[in-house]
Design a binder for this molecule. Structure first.
Ligand code: SAH
Length: 242
């Protein structure tokens, strides 16, 4: 009888700065989950796939201009050889390139990725990567926001953190995930804790009333008000979905 073990959610990182990992992902919630084998990290150094004697991974842009570009041949070899070594369950994982030109990362995509077998993430550096690599492989480009970072590594950490906390068993109470900001197009309600009065500001009476029905209503109202005033774009979507 063969027992096929369920593969754990695995993030394979392709980077020229592999020493940056696990970095912050090795601490706190994600770090504990990593040690508990609720997810796995595979750290690949793109430079290992360079073929010339200088181990070069980048070259000046065709057509001139500033900076350097990561080479398609080196990245292609890194992607292909890394994929070939994977077990069949991990071979179907999406290949993501962190890029300011990508689709903005959202909570829905984080959920989708958390229910799959994992991700392979290509981290860019310098001016980015050769366009032919993006076209020649099935690459999904994801951005973490409308600003430019110096490399894809921190962006990859952001994506992984957003996904790992959704994996089963990572957060003790999965209930706490349900009401969070960006779940269902509402920002989260405001939180309060001890002391009851601080610098003349009191915890709203209703939260201390013990009436769970009223508390739920207050929180819903609070979430709606905050969303409407801060994120008209989300509020319009929320109204549309009702
Ligand atoms: N010349 C590029 C920017 C390169 S920044 C441009 O103008 O589009 C260097 C690398 O950092 C990129 O290859 C990408 O991997 C990463 N990066 C920068 N900003 C990012 C963002 N907002 N989201 C995700 N990755 C980003």
């Amino acid at each position: 009888m063969t027992i096929s073990a369920q593969a754990i959610w695995t993030a394979t990182i392709l980077s020229i700065q592999p020493q940056m990992f696990p970095g912050p992902l090795g601490s706190s919630l994600c770090g504990r989950a990593l040690r508990d084998e609720l997810w796995a990290l595979e750290n690949i150094d793109i430079r290992d796939f360079a073929t010339d004697r200088h181990k070069s991974v980048d070259a000046p842009p065709a057509g001139g201009g500033p900076g350097m570009v990561l080479r398609a041949d080196v990245l292609g070899a890194a992607i292909d050889q890394t994929a070939q070594r994977q077990t069949p369950e991990l071979q179907g994982r999406p290949l993501i390139y962190m890029s300011p030109r990508g689709t903005p990362l959202c909570q829905q995509r984080a959920h989708e990725l958390s229910s799959g077998p994992g991700v392979t993430i290509l981290c860019g550096r310098f001016e980015g990567v050769d366009q032919r690599l993006l076209e020649g492989r099935d690459v999904e480009e994801i951005s973490i926001g409308d600003y430019v970072l110096s490399g894809g590594e921190i962006a990859a950490m952001v994506l992984i953190d957003a996904v790992v906390r959704l994996l089963p068993g990572v957060i003790g109470s999965s209930e706490s995930l349900l009401s969070e900001s960006h779940e269902g197009n509402l920002l989260e309600y405001s939180h309060y804790t001890k002391p009851r009065s601080w610098e003349g500001r009191d915890i709203p009476d209703i939260l201390l009333s013990g009436d769970h029905g009223k508390i739920a209503k207050w929180r819903e109202q609070c979430a709606k008000q905050i969303t409407q005033s801060r994120r008209p774009d989300m509020w319009a979507k929320y109204q549309g979905k009702k």
